[in-house]
Design a protein around this ligand. Structure first.
Ligand SMILES: [Zn+2]
Ligand SMILES: [Zn+2]
Length: 277
């Protein structure tokens, strides 16, 4: 199983020399195994992934959404494979009525006056499906288990297993080790790689620098590291970097996090990892 980061930024995309090493696109990951492709979230990183799929002429994928906040859907109108007849896409919306909720959001964001081309102009074969908390399903070689995470309007984490390896994607979650529910801890336990929200510094979260971020739905890199260590993750990728943080800040936060979890590192756009034991 391989994982590639196409977008690692939270909230809104950034660009410029100050973010060149970490990357500026919003959430999008690609997980591949045995020639099959999963896509996690449709932030602005999805655009370049779609172009890569066109170059490969491999136009089949399942897209899983953690939730429908804008930094996780905005890349979809620019996902070129969706316009290609013959492309086959399965789109999993999160929550009890995920298929309907996802279709509504993708439809609305492409309606006037927001966008010139409607969802109906996408001529690929799109099948809408639902991902529900605690109900595992299989797609290709992947076994996928959605898990509810604490976030405003909710968010699903995904435990993904293939080739005897495991990966857990947990973007957009506000937790500390003290608040970590046993249910989430069990779902994350022993994963080969864990991707975890680490947007804030402790001072930002507490309101010592600007407003308090408590209740905004994101975690500190320190708490992410404590959780990564507590669940015995073999690798930890700090994710959903704050748009106000330049490369030096993100790298310093990861360095500080390593005091609590020595396998912590910042997720970087373009980085591809082989998930191994
Ligand atoms: Zn987000
Ligand atoms: Zn969110």
């Amino acid at each position: 199983m391989e994982v590639r980061f196409w977008g690692v930024r939270g909230s809104v995309a950034v660009s410029g020399a100050h973010s060149a090493r970490i990357g500026g696109n919003t959430s999008c990951l690609e997980v591949t195994s045995q020639g099959k492709r999963l896509i996690l979230d449709a932030g602005t990183g999805l655009r370049a992934l779609g172009d890569q799929m066109l170059r490969e002429q491999n136009l089949e994928a399942a897209l899983l959404w953690s939730h429908l906040h804008w930094d996780h859907v905005q890349g979809f109108p620019f996902f070129a494979p969706a316009y290609v007849p013959g492309a086959r896409l399965t789109l999993y919306g999160p929550g009890p009525d995920g298929a309907t909720a996802l279709r509504d959001v993708l439809d609305r964001q492409m309606q006037p006056p927001s966008f010139p081309v409607p969802l109906g102009a996408m001529r690929s074969q799109m099948t809408f499906a639902t991902a529900r908390d605690g109900e595992p399903f299989e797609w290709g070689p992947f076994r996928i288990t959605p898990v509810d995470l604490p976030h405003p309007q909710g968010c699903l984490g995904y435990r993904i297993e293939a080739d005897g390896r495991s990966f857990f994607y947990a973007t957009d979650v506000e937790m500390s080790l003290d608040e970590l529910s046993p249910r989430i801890a069990r779902a994350m336990e022993g994963v080969d790689a864990l991707c975890l929200d680490a947007q804030y510094t402790p001072d930002e979260y507490a309101g010592k620098v600007g407003p308090s971020r408590r209740g905004w739905g994101h975690s500190t890199a320190i708490e992410a590291a404590k959780i990564g260590a507590a669940v015995n993750a073999r690798r930890l990728f700090l994710f959903h970097h704050d748009p106000a943080h330049n490369d030096e800040t993100v790298e310093r936060m990861a360095e500080e996090a390593r005091a609590y979890c020595e396998v912590a590192e910042p997720a970087r756009e373009g980085k591809q990892i082989l998930v191994t034991a």
